[in-house]
Ligand binder design. Structure first.
Ligand code: ADP
Ligand code: MG
Length: 352
């Protein structure tokens, strides 16, 4: 009883541990943190210097012994200790403000669907070490679907595509479970890399990652645009070693990213082809739902429609869909526990 009353005040936390951005949702408050998943480390001492926005400002601008890393860049926890420190930093940031008499928070963390058992344990241990009372995992496409306010528990097919920085998650959901899914290691980061390679090969121009990303966002597209867009591309001339600026068009960028865009569109098509016909009928009616920053690439939705012959909808506020999905779970842990990842601790409905 006492616990139940305390529970009303306890601040449960939902975390979207994205490869590019980490978002934190607090029950009864909403999204309180939205920062890049970057950690700056002093390699001489092994100490963490900065996390999040502050660390991102250091990328590419640090002395040799300081490295700004993205511990989740490849979609998996490539560096467990750094990930743990990052989780702890974000949980502390939220929890330290609340009274020490309140119970420690319950935490829902989303993970890419391709993550191994060992990596799942690692996330749970990291969140526990960071002060969580209980930890629940949810697969990213499931969280994205909940964030888009789709009813994932009905006996009907729902298809979700979440394009982040490091991975693209494609999944078909029905009856609270994932029927088929695919995790592709091609997403926003790969497009930036494509633009860097293109600039080097076509113009002998060396670009920084941030510049490539800015250009992708300002003029990138998956299909030709009605009105041409241009942007300045600034970097170092690889022949003279001096700064150089070239004006590029949307056509250049489309060419640069086209093979990655093709791979993504075909991966989505392949998942459609593996979907049982009854579920496919539902999906054709409801459309494919896309989320994640990468889904905002101009005319990518139309490219996928062409490839699959199914209508595509981009979720409102695509960059926050996943963390809002963890929020939906926090509001109704009892009703939604079946959509969580089937770990030992997730097998019984959570109680307060
Ligand atoms: P993650 O969940 O992996 O952290 P996000 O969903 O936060 O990733 O998306 C980050 C990716 O989305 C980055 O690669 C970024 O460049 C890309 N992105 C953000 N906005 C746009 C846009 N308008 N057009 C194309 N790509 C975008
Ligand atoms: Mg994401």
């Amino acid at each position: 009883m006492f616990n139940k009353i305390l529970g009303k005040f306890s601040q449960d936390i939902g975390i979207d541990l994205g490869t590019a951005n980490t978002l934190v949702y607090v029950s009864n408050k909403g999204i309180v943190i939205n920062e890049p998943s970057v950690v700056a480390i002093n390699q001489k001492t092994g100490r963490v210097l900065a996390i999040g926005e502050e660390a991102r400002r250091m990328v590419g601008k640090t002395p040799a012994h300081i490295v700004a890393t993205r511990p989740l860049a490849n979609g998996v926890i490539s560096n467990f200790e750094i990930t743990e420190q990052m989780l702890k930093y974000f949980i502390d940031k939220v929890h330290s403000g609340s009274s020490r008499f309140l119970p420690r928070p319950r935490v829902v963390v989303d993970i890419p669907s391709g993550v191994t058992e060992v990596e799942r344990r690692a996330v749970i241990d990291a969140a526990r070490a960071a002060g969580a009372r209980e930890v629940y995992l949810i697969e990213e496409p499931m969280a994205a679907a909940l964030g888009a306010r789709l009813n994932v528990q009905e006996p009907a097919g729902t298809m979700v595509v979440d394009i982040g920085g490091g991975t693209t998650e494609i999944a078909v959901i029905s009856l609270g479970g994932i029927v088929t899914s695919q995790s592709v290691r091609i997403a926003g980061d790969k497009l930036n890399e494509d633009i860097i390679n293109f600039a080097r090969d076509e113009f002998n121009l060396l670009l920084g990652e941030r510049t490539a990303e800015d250009i992708k966002i300002s003029i990138g597209s998956a299909l030709p645009l009605e009105e041409s867009l241009t942007a300045p591309m600034r970097g170092r001339d690889l022949i003279t070693g001096l700064p150089k600026e070239i004006i590029v068009t949307d056509k250049h960028i489309r060419e640069a990213i086209s093979s990655s865009v093709d791979i993504l569109a075909r991966a989505i098509k392949a998942t459609v082809e593996q979907t049982p016909p009854e579920l496919l009928a539902d999906i054709m009616e409801k459309g494919i739902v896309m989320s994640g920053g990468g889904s905002l690439l101009r005319r990518f939705d139309e490219r996928v429609e062409k490839e699959t012959q199914i209508p595509v909808h981009i979720t409102e506020d695509a960059l926050t869909a996943v963390v809002r999905g963890t929020g939906v779970v926090l509001e109704d842990l009892d009703g939604l526990w079946e959509v969580l990842v089937d770990m030992e601790e997730n097998q019984t409905p959570p109680r307060l």
